[in-house]
Ligand binder design. Structure first.
Ligand SMILES: [Zn+2]
Length: 300
């Protein structure tokens, strides 16, 4: 069983809390500020890890990077503590009844989302008590964290920058080998690219992400490679389109996920959303054309 001894210090007063399953989805790493105030940033690290943290000492406040359930599932365990959430999703944040529709489609898919998230992540409704926006500073004395709004993954995705040591908590701009994820209607490739560039301009020395952990080497090149994935996916998709294909056929080919090992309905939907976004920009660039519901490379 994991316990709080497994905390990894990033800088004095700020630790990474390793998530179950090594922080891989449906879990994520959390972060802990320890000082006069004990603040937990994200709660998707798993029930056993949260229980161990709470046994050691009470958590005074919870901060959420964005509204995805693998970051917020256990906010309900902190009844009575303030929950700070990005203001960009204040209408749905923490609401189990509404998030399924926001992250999939009303009806069967939203029900499948609630089943999956309820069973796998033990998600329960927990409403924020405070909201924050870009530029807000969480001042814990020794540790100060500046909110950077970084939409694209979701509309409300935020990062936290610790300027003294140049540490960036980048959450789901996660620098994993999978690359950026943008499978919702609200997700947006151009916004995501701009958000990555915004982070590059901060010139962080160390990045700690929700699914990859602490990265201290090669940070600028890693951010660039992560940004390059969007163009690489354009090319992957184009290679599937010398002949006209329907969206369904493209989803069957699973060019980005490379298969659907679990929650197939949801993964297919999300990959479909990602494919649509690439098709839209390839159409705008006049490299792909749509005809009768099929997509193909344009004749040059
Ligand atoms: Zn996320």
């Amino acid at each position: 069983m994991q316990n709080v001894n497994a905390l990894t210090e990033i800088v004095p007063g700020l630790c990474l809390v390793p998530g179950e399953n090594n922080g891989r989805f449906p879990f994520a790493h959390s972060f802990l500020v320890e000082g006069a105030t004990r603040a937990l940033i994200d709660t998707g690290c798993g029930a056993r890890v949260i229980a161990a943290l709470q046994r050691e000492q009470a958590v005074d406040m919870v901060i959420a990077s964005h509204s995805h359930p693998d970051h917020t599932a256990l906010n309900w365990k902190f009844d009575g503590a303030p929950i700070h959430a990005p203001q960009y999703s204040a209408d749905t944040f923490g609401r189990f009844d509404l998030l399924g529709e926001r992250f999939t489609e009303p009806g069967e898919l939203a029900a499948a989302w609630r089943n999956y998230v309820g069973a796998m992540m033990r998600y329960q409704t927990a409403l924020p008590t405070h909201t924050f926006a870009d530029g807000h500073v969480f001042d814990f004395g020794k540790v100060k964290l500046v909110v950077i709004h970084t939409p694209g993954h979701t509309v409300d995705h935020t990062c936290l920058f610790e300027p003294t040591h140049g540490v960036l908590l980048s959450f789901d701009i996660d620098l994993t080998s999978f690359g950026p994820w943008y499978g919702h209607r609200e997700s947006d490739i151009a916004a995501f690219e701009a958000s990555i560039r915004k982070l590059m301009a901060l010139q962080p020395r160390v990045i700690a992400s929700s699914h990859k952990g602490i990265i201290a080497d090669d940070v600028p090149a890693r951010l660039q490679r992560y940004l390059d994935v969007f163009d690489a996916r354009d090319r992957i998709l184009l290679e599937l389109l010398p002949r006209a294909q329907t969206l369904d056929a493209l989803v069957n080919a699973s060019p980005f996920y490379q298969g659907y090992p679990y929650a197939e309905k949801l993964l297919r939907y999300w990959e479909g959303q990602m494919i649509r976004k690439h098709l839209a920009r390839l159409i705008e660039r006049e490299v792909v054309a749509e005809r009768d519901g099929e997509f193909a490379q344009r004749e040059t």
